[in-house]
Design a protein around this ligand. Structure first.
Ligand SMILES: *Cc1c(COP(=O)(O)O)cnc(C)c1O
Length: 484
């Protein structure tokens, strides 16, 4: 019957159910977090596939409590927990509590920030935050920007604006310059923008992996000599593997000389914007044309929370499309869809707003500084231990190393390293990232949890050693009997 409300939709007649459901969901997570002592259950993919496949999606359970219990078994029991100190793998952070309250609000209200008439203050709040971030970058009043789903989208957006700003029209001649350390999304963006697979030209680096400004100048000159068009230079502020920051001011000089668009990918390093001690690493960022910031990395925000910020608003307006049914050209209110690559879009900005209003920028910066300090300590621990090989000292919060007890040659270490990582994951006690440098596999700590201590890292290294020794013993039958 029409007048009987459906019990599973949010509305006036179901607010009590909504409160009950949210409280129970919070309790289910809280219960896990209270008891969990490792980042992962260690269940195998086969086991988890079995659990998920066993659910009959055509037979609903009928109430949220029952579905929640099922989901708690499927998901919460086997989730990877980023707040656990044994989690040191990727650029994931424990999330700011005020942002979680914001998630409840923005999900329930379900504002869509594509147009003003679907979001009202949601649009205005997002715009204030874009202005705030632009201010921190050092852009003037003409800056603009928009929230995005992540650094991948922000980089695509930045390079799209660069392409549209270019006087050239022949896509096949356009080139994007970045170091080999730049994020893969730069190459992906170039392909999506129709530039072709060889459009990203690698620029040389110094020994630490930072872009070499002299090499950049040479590469720019070479491209011009070959009648190619340098469409953009991508400087990375916080590379994913080494956590190094390209020298932005010098790069900005080279770009200015040639009139080339400078995009700074600060997806990882944006936390430096609020750091009291390391803001100088971003010197020159105020001269960029576009900047990627991932609040869901170094601002401790839940996924998704990212933005593309540009120095000149006209650049952003160049890609505006207007639809009569959504954002007519004649609109007298701000419609964020004018500058977004998305249409329907979450009001993710509310999370950062709640965090800034509760915690404040200074504290966020101190939290980021803390994980960078921790990386320095981790590097020290590894350097002091003769059984570990360690890469150069970190600038941000990643540390690359290999477990290499005496007499383990390169080839044996190459074989051991990925197996060691897989073994740790299967145990669930420590989750470490892996990467390859010059053809050799390495282990990687990515530290983004300010609650993690050096003692925690000592424990993780102890586990690395134990797992490594076990694997080596399994390979060597004499050692294996000794261990048994
Ligand atoms: C993480 C990262 C990205 C991609 O961001 P997502 O939010 O994962 O899409 C881009 N660039 C750098 C340097 C990153 O660290």
């Amino acid at each position: 019957m029409l007048e009987s409300p459906t019990p599973h939709l949010f509305g006036r007649s179901t607010v009590a159910t909504f409160q009950h459901d949210v409280a129970r969901a919070a309790e289910a997570v809280a219960e896990r977090v209270r008891t969990v002592r490792r980042p992962y259950s260690g269940a195998s993919l086969t086991d988890l596939q079995g659990l998920v496949d066993a659910v009959d999606l055509d037979r609903p359970l009928g109430d949220t409590d029952a579905a929640l219990d099922e989901v708690a078994r499927l998901y919460l029991d086997h989730a990877v927990w980023f707040h656990e100190p044994g989690y040191v793998a990727h650029l994931n952070c424990p999330v700011a509590l005020p942002a979680l309250s914001a998630e409840v609000l923005l999900a329930a209200v379900n504002s869509s920030v594509d147009t003003y008439d679907q979001s009202t203050t949601g649009t205005l709040i997002e715009r204030r935050l874009v202005d705030w971030a632009a201010g921190r970058i050092g852009f003037g009043p003409d800056a603009d920007g928009v929230f995005t789903s992540g650094g991948t989208q922000s980089n695509l957006h930045g390079l799209l604006l660069a392409r549209e700003a270019s006087a050239a029209t022949d896509l096949s001649r356009m080139r994007v310059l970045a170091t080999a350390e730049a994020h893969f999304s730069v190459t992906q963006a170039a392909i999506l923008l129709g530039l072709g697979r060889d459009a990203v030209v690698p620029v040389g680096t110094d020994a630490a992996g930072r872009m070499d400004p002299a090499a950049l100048t040479r590469t720019l000159d070479d491209l011009v000599a070959y009648k190619l068009v340098p469409m953009a230079v991508v400087a990375t502020a916080g590379t994913t593997d080494l956590g190094c920051v390209d020298p932005i001011a010098d790069i900005a000089n080279a770009c200015a000389r040639r009139g080339v668009w400078l995009h700074v990918d600060a997806a990882y390093g944006c936390g430096l914007l609020v750091s009291a001690r390391r803001r100088h690493l971003l010197d020159g960022i105020e001269r960029a044309d576009s900047v990627t910031v991932d609040f869901h990395k170094s601002f401790f925000q839940p996924i998704s929370s990212s933005a593309i910020i540009v120095r000149r608003s006209a650049a952003m307006r160049r890609i505006a499309h207007h639809a009569d049914y959504l954002n007519p050209r004649t609109a007298s209110v701000p419609n964020q869809v004018d500058k977004s690559l998305q249409t329907t879009r979450r009001f993710d900005a509310l999370k950062l707003w709640m965090t800034l209003r509760t915690v404040g920028a200074e504290q966020l910066g101190a939290m980021f500084d803390r994980v960078v300090d921790l990386a320095e300590d981790a590097h020290g621990l590894l350097t002091d231990d003769p059984e570990f090989e360690v890469a150069a000292a970190p600038t941000l919060s990643t540390v690359l190393f290999r477990y290499r007890p005496a007499a383990l040659d390169d080839a044996a270490c190459d074989t051991l390293t990925p197996r060691l990582r897989a073994r740790l994951f299967a145990e669930g006690e420590a989750i470490i990232a892996g990467t390859t440098r010059e053809g050799r596999p390495w282990l990687k700590f990515t530290l983004l949890n300010p609650m993690t201590t050096v003692e925690h890292l000592r424990t993780v290294l102890h586990r690395v050693r134990a797992a490594g020794d076990l694997l080596l013993a399994e390979d060597d039958p004499r050692l294996a009997t000794a261990v048994v």
